[in-house]
Design a protein around this ligand. Structure first.
Ligand code: B12
Length: 315
């Protein structure tokens, strides 16, 4: 129905639907921006060749083959060793935890049980390569969604980078590049024009708290489920949060404390009593021990997303 010819489709780049009969090596090479010889090597060494068998001399790449190759190209560009990249590309990222252990010799950020993507992200961050970080993040977010990407890619790398800083005092630059890439990829996915929730969710870090990445993960995951999100961001005083609650009338609120310096809960008693009462959740390792005067603690991203989505009346 499109009336496209094989020739014109082959001349166009990524994003253009493939003709049903598939693409030649030369066309795939043009589309991906890699040499035909590289494609042949990937075919020979890693089995990333065309899956369509035909009687003729020229086998053609299907759209699934090309997608696999696009993943391979992204992983390689972002610093993942080719054998690991191929394994991840072939298995759509489902790689057994120790699959790439033998490539870990030069690794400087320790990520126990890290996936190839996690090792690639750590390497890209160590190289201060924000673009490569974003490519890996975007690719994984597209394929696996926010919760999986946070739990299996982002959080392990953040913890590894944090430990490296703690042990060596090095790597604030790495932390900054990585944090910026994570925040911009996650925040670009917070889109309030597809809202299906009855009420909004308000997200804020505690007074004095500058760490905000888990809030962006929550915002993106809620947005993925059609929940309206109002992000107040870092260092939100309790009275400002109280005013926002009065104005917005949210279904749920989550306050994040990463560091003990921001984990004092006593002043949260100033939060207003509004009807209907929003669900108030406290997340993060910074909160001081003891029962909070308002709300309750929550331990992980998926639980927080589920409870807040329910509280916001998302179907
Ligand atoms: C990214 C980062 C930064 C970024 C923040 C960028 C941003 N926009 O948020 C920058 C570079 C700015 C920064 C600065 C600082 N940071 Co910092 N930072 C981190 C890092 C690497 C990740 C933080 C994060 O997002 N963690 C979230 C997840 C990945 O980790 P977690 O909270 O431990 O996860 C647990 C639970 O919370 C739960 N969980 C995980 N995800 C989620 C999500 C939800 C919704 C829920 C409910 C639960 C949950 O599961 C985990 C297992 O229990 C941590 C290392 C770490 N281990 O966290 C250090 C860390 C938090 N930073 C630290 C410090 C000391 C600082 C600085 C003071 C000094 C410095 N390193 O530069 C400054 C101070 C900033 C300030 N002025 O307040 C220390 C805190 C020590 C402490 N216990 O108080 C840490 C732990 C590093 C370390 N190992 O020492 N930091």
């Amino acid at each position: 129905m499109s009336g496209r010819t094989q020739g014109s489709a082959e001349a166009l780049g990524p994003g253009v639907p493939l003709p049903e009969m598939g693409l030649t090596v030369a066309a795939v090479a043009r589309r991906l921006g890699v040499a035909p010889a590289t494609l042949r090597t990937w075919d020979r060494r890693y089995g990333l060749g065309p899956s369509q068998h035909s009687a003729g001399a020229h086998r053609r790449y299907s759209s699934a083959d090309v997608e696999r190759l696009e993943r391979m190209r992204r992983y390689v560009l972002s610093g993942v060793a080719p054998a690991e990249a191929a394994r991840a590309a072939l298995t759509e990222g489902e790689v057994e935890p120790d699959a790439g252990a033998r490539h870990g010799g030069g690794q400087v950020v320790a990520i126990p049980d890290g996936t190839p993507q996690a090792r690639g992200l750590a390497r890209a961050a160590l190289a201060l390569n924000a673009d490569a970080c974003r490519v890996i993040l975007a690719e994984t977010l597209d394929r696996r969604g926010v919760v999986w990407t946070w739990d299996h890619l982002i959080a392990p790398v953040l913890v590894g980078v944090g430990q490296r800083w703690e042990q060596s005092g090095r790597g604030i630059d790495v932390e900054h590049v990585l944090s910026e890439a994570i925040q911009s990829e996650l925040s670009s996915r917070v889109i309030n024009d597809n809202v299906r929730s009855v009420a909004a969710v308000v997200l804020a870090s505690a007074p004095g708290e500058n760490h905000v990445l888990p809030l962006w993960a929550l915002a993106a995951a809620l947005s993925e489920r059609g929940v309206e999100v109002r992000m107040l961001g870092a260092r939100t005083p309790w009275d400002a949060l109280g005013q926002a609650i009065r104005r917005i009338g949210p279904g749920g609120v989550l306050v994040w404390s990463q560091t003990a310096g921001s984990g004092d809960m006593t002043d949260m008693a100033v939060l207003p009593d509004v009807r209907p009462e929003p669900l108030i959740l406290l997340g993060g390792p910074g909160w001081h021990p003891g029962a909070p005067p308002r709300g309750e603690h929550v331990d992980d991203l998926s639980e927080a997303v589920a409870r807040l989505a329910r509280a916001a009346g998302a179907s």
